[in-house]
Ligand binder design. Structure first.
Ligand SMILES: Nc1ncnc2c1ncn2[C@@H]1O[C@H](COP(=O)(O)OP(=O)(O)OP(=O)(O)O)[C@@H](O)[C@H]1O
Ligand SMILES: [Mg+2]
Length: 377
């Protein structure tokens, strides 16, 4: 019988096994049981693209549902707060099993002064109050929060703080790209988000990746030896998306060969190289496409460093004043390719950008029409 590939290299798709999230899931579940004021009821999840933020939000939702909480998921877009209000108060959004009195909800939701937009505090209150009375609660998840304005997050903050003070069962989980969320929290940003339970999705330890890859592969009908397993796990650098991409391609290569059921060293090498090619194409090339010439030079100058780069070193390498690089730097930060790490320092915000830039330097310069030796304009 044909074996189905168990790996899920797609955005927001639940992986065959969720690696490295036991602690945060435990703390979140505990917070639902512990009651109002429990820190993990307000959660801030940060990490680079593809680190598993959306999947983690989904998982928090599963836990909340298991405890009969209502869950509303929102992704930041234009007028997301208004949409959230509307969805909270829409009849078909309310799960009948909660037996919430809809008349009560509609009566308690006031229109704001312009008569159009609903007030977020009232909208949340209208759902959370009847749920709290029944010993249940409401979880709201907000994805891509780095795209939100400080004003909108502050509106939510005020509403949530009031509800918490009124001892309502409400939980909020925000997820976004680390640098974007940090700048949202900087001056004038909501202090409540700064104080939220922080789950930063850093690299998953390689031994946990190996154990999980091995289990998934074996449970689905193939065998793999420890040496091959470690090689595959190391290639992922503990990065969630690559765990799935490497797993998927190693599996695919071995399953297609159709000779026995043991993953060979060649399968692992071919799988890794296909996974990395797909990663370069889907993530790195997409990130770099359309940046300016100066931004590309900036990236190539950064690639000479091993970890963080000092902005003055970058300027020196390019032979220009630091100030003339500020727009290239902002463009790269805005596109979430790099992030400021401290005053005067930047780092790559996506795994393997450095390796990609080093490997493809000549080709990138040619593609952007830059002569290697030409002075920076
Ligand atoms: N804990 C995990 N263990 C293994 N694989 C995971 C884990 N979390 C997520 N993944 C996988 O990683 C990939 C990316 O997950 P997800 O879409 O949640 O990332 P993200 O951080 O939301 O990315 P983006 O910033 O692009 O929205 C998916 O293929 C998913 O199946
Ligand atoms: Mg996501």
């Amino acid at each position: 019988m044909r074996k189905v590939n168990p790996f899920t290299p797609s955005a927001g798709v639940e992986p065959p096994s969720l690696i490295g999230r036991d602690d945060v899931l435990y703390d979140f579940e505990e917070s639902l049981l512990a009651g109002v004021g429990s820190p993990a009821r307000l959660m801030r999840i940060t990490g680079p693209r593809g680190s598993g933020k959306t999947v983690l939000l989904n998982e928090l939702g599963e836990i909340a549902r298991k405890h009969s909480w209502k869950v509303v998921d929102e992704t930041v877009h234009q007028a997301w707060v208004e949409d959230l209000c509307r969805r909270l108060t829409k009849e078909d959004r309310i799960d009948a099993s909660f037996e919430v009195d809809l008349k009560l909800i509609h009566a308690s939701v006031k229109k704001s002064s312009d008569g159009q937009t609903l007030d977020i505090r009232d909208a949340l209150d209208s759902v959370v109050t009847p749920l709290t009375k029944k010993g249940k609660g409401l979880l709201v998840t907000i994805d891509e929060v780095q795209n939100a304005s400080k004003e909108d997050v502050n509106r939510i903050a005020v509403a949530v703080q009031h509800l918490i003070r009124e001892k309502k069962n409400i939980a909020f989980a925000f997820a976004g790209i680390t640098s974007g969320v940090n700048s949202l929290l900087a001056e004038g940003g909501p202090t409540f988000l700064r104080r939220a339970y922080l789950e930063e999705l850093k690299e998953i330890p390689i031994d946990e990746v190996a154990a999980s890859l091995g289990e998934t592969i074996r449970q689905n009908g193939l065998e793999i030896r420890e040496t091959e397993l470690m090689r595959a796990a190391e290639a992922t650098a503990g990065y969630a998306y690559l765990v799935q991409l490497v797993g998927y391609n190693v599996w695919r290569t071995a399953a297609r060969r159709n000779e026995g059921s043991v993953v060979s060293p060649e399968d692992v090498e071919t799988g890794i190289s296909n996974a990395m090619a797909e990663y370069d194409r889907a993530v790195l090339e997409t990130a770099i496409a359309g940046i300016g010439k100066m931004a590309l030079r900036y990236l190539l100058a950064m690639a000479e460093d091993r970890r963080v780069s000092s902005t003055s070193d970058i300027a020196r390498r390019l032979g220009v004043a630091s100030t003339s690089l500020s727009s290239a730097r902002s463009q790269l930060i805005e596109r979430q390719i790099i992030e400021p790490t401290a005053y005067g320092y930047v780092a790559f915000a996506i795994p393997f950008v450095r390796e990609y830039l080093r490997k493809n330097r000549a080709q990138l310069l040619a593609r952007f029409g830059i002569e290697e030796s030409s002075p920076v304009p």
